[in-house]
Design a protein around this ligand. Structure first.
Ligand SMILES: [Zn+2]
Length: 148
C-alpha cells in the first residue's frame, strides 16, 4: 500500500512505497526533489505493519488519542523529532481509539506511549511525555552500528 506525498513545489500528489519514506525522491510531475518524510504520519494497522517491516531506518511510534491532554502536550515534541530526524528515522502516529487492536498488540494502556522499532523489531517502549531530545536519542541509539 503506497503512501501519498504532496510535492511542495507543484502540489502534485506522489505515491511512495512504504520503504522509501526516509529517502529523497523525485516529483513525478515537476521533477523537483521530494524530501524525506519530515512530519509524523498517521497510520492504520495495515500501513503500520508495512512500514515497520520494510523500513530501513528506525521508526518511532506515538500511540495517542484525541481526548488525551498529555498526548497533545507531546505532539509538538513528536513533530520536532520527525523534522530533526528526517531521512534518518520515520515517525508514525497511531490513534488508539481508532486502532484498538494495534494498541492492544503492544499492551498500550497509559498514553502517550512511545515505541521504537528497528528492522521490524520492537526495541523500546515507554509511556509518558518526553521531549524531542529524548526521542531523538532513542532513534539515534536504535541505528544499527557496524561491529568493529
Ligand atoms: Zn512537483
Amino acid at each position: 500500500m503506497p503512501t501519498i506525498r504532496t510535492c511542495k513545489t507543484c502540489g502534485q500528489k506522489n505515491r511512495l512505497a512504504a520503504n522509501h519514506l526516509a529517502d529523497t525522491g523525485r516529483c513525478g510531475a515537476c521533477k523537483n526533489p521530494l524530501p524525506p518524510l519530515d512530519e509524523p504520519l498517521q497510520v492504520d494497522t495495515v500501513l503500520f505493519d508495512e512500514i515497520i517491516q520494510s523500513s530501513r531506518v528506525p521508526v518511532l511510534v506515538d500511540f495517542w488519542a484525541d481526548w488525551c491532554g498529555p498526548c497533545h502536550a507531546a505532539a509538538p515534541e513528536v513533530a520536532r523529532t520527525a523534522k530533526d530526524m528526517a531521512g534518518q528515522a520515520i515517525v508514525l502516529k497511531v490513534d488508539t481509539d481508532k486502532h484498538q487492536q494495534l494498541a492492544a498488540r503492544f499492551a498500550v494502556r497509559g498514553i502517550p506511549n512511545f515505541a521504537v522499532f528497528t528492522s521490524g523489531k520492537l526495541i523500546k517502549q515507554q509511556a509518558g511525555v518526553v521531549d524531542h531530545n529524548v526521542m531523538e536519542g532513542w532513534l539515534r541509539s536504535a541505528v544499527p552500528t557496524p561491529s568493529v
